[in-house]
Design a protein around this ligand. Sequence first.
Ligand code: MG
Length: 254
Amino acid sequence: MIEIYSPTELQRAKASGRFIATVLQSLQERAKVGTNLLEIDRWTSEMIAEAGARSCYVDYDPSFGDGPFGHFICTSVNDAVLHGMPYDYALQDGDLLTLDLAASIQGIVADAAVSFIVGTSSDPSDSRMIETTRRALDAGIAAAIPGARIGDISHAVGSVLAAAGYQINTDFGGHGVGSTMHQDPHISNTGRPGRGYKLRPGLLLAIEPWVMLDTAELITDPDGWTLRSATGARTAHSEHTIAITEDGPVILTI
Ligand code: MG
């Protein structure tokens, strides 16, 4: 399913996007050495309730997961990269944490993710991975203009990741959003320009480059959800939801 939103509806989408951005910013400020992932989940749940928003995760039960997710945010630490299920773990200095959050307000979903280092010590290769996924995201967004195609976004994202020397996994990528979290079109993190669905004003897209330091292969954690790098290497992920408008892409989750 692909949904196209009117300019009035896009104003509602902006409220969802702002909410997601505000929560992620707040959590990033509160996540310190010693913070438990379950506290982050609880804070998220409280902010969702206060805003009258609706979680996309708590009841989420897709074919690739193991039963309803049961939590409000994905917390992926170090070698975990996608769908990190919160568990009883206190963050340590130098942990690389990815928070990925999707929720809807007034029926429109916004979805964003951010990776950052907890505490003070940091490995230059972590910073480089995070920075590369941000640049890939910027490039993907810049390519998301009316009349361009999904392949143009994929190509822009993939070119930045590949030029930095990372392998690209094509099992999970970006996606359309709207009344539900995962919609068509799928946005691979690599691809050929000029191919795929043609972008038009009113389309909402979540673009999400992610990489693992030395592999493109994932393994599933025994929790049935968390996806980790097959080599145990660390990982990074950056995501925004954007709206395609007549004037070009507008970032909603900012
Ligand atoms: Mg997401």
